[in-house]
Design a protein around this ligand. Sequence first.
Ligand SMILES: C[S@@+](CC[C@H](N)C(=O)[O-])C[C@H]1O[C@@H](n2cnc3c(N)ncnc32)[C@H](O)[C@@H]1O
Length: 218
Amino acid sequence: MEKQVVSKKRVADHGEVLTGNREVNAMLDLVKQETERVDSRFLEPACGTGNFLTEILERKLRIVDDRYGKSQLDYERYAVLAVSSIYGIDILQDNVQECRKRLFDIFNQKYTDLFNARAKQKCREAVRFILVYNIIHGDALSLRTVGDNPQPIVFSEWSLVDGSLLKRRDFTFHGLLDHAAMKELPLFSDLGEDVFLPRPKKEYPLTHFLEVADVDKQ
Ligand SMILES: C[S@@+](CC[C@H](N)C(=O)[O-])C[C@H]1O[C@@H](n2cnc3c(N)ncnc32)[C@H](O)[C@@H]1O
């Protein structure tokens, strides 16, 4: 039996009722194509322990395995990209930690099964690092982090450039939501109309995807 309620208090305080596997899959099937596009970005603003995000990662990694399972470097590139496209926010710290752990474990299990002793610690570190930034302890209503010193929520966009380089750009959540406030300007247009281009708060130098965690060590 899946456990969907942790305690009555958590339901009363935070509306915490986790979604069952059958419903998760039925809902994700409504956007099936996107769940199978490795770099398609998903944000769950009340992600709980990650019932939706873990299933999205499973689906993306099945595609990565099918396409790139025979080449370790390609598998690593696209598995890291798959993880980096998944974002979550939750107001409860234990949910955030559990969600990061579940996502890491899914990646790590598949990666280790495929490449055994050839699996690289650097690749695991890159995934762990990205998950710290993508799964955020925050309040999706105030758009701020939770804790002693709440700050605006910032999302990092990760894009693969020239094969193995990763470009990271940081955007504030409220800046991205201004898109909605700006009366529906599209994000893309083939017709030459005005589009909404969110401005990054910070840009980072191009980094090899396996070195991405080294930024914090400098
Ligand atoms: C109904 S549960 C759904 C969890 C998950 N999406 C799922 O389907 O299993 C709602 C979640 O929202 C979180 N939550 C409640 N208020 C929130 C807020 N203002 N910002 C972010 N998360 C919030 C709770 O901690 C809880 O994990």
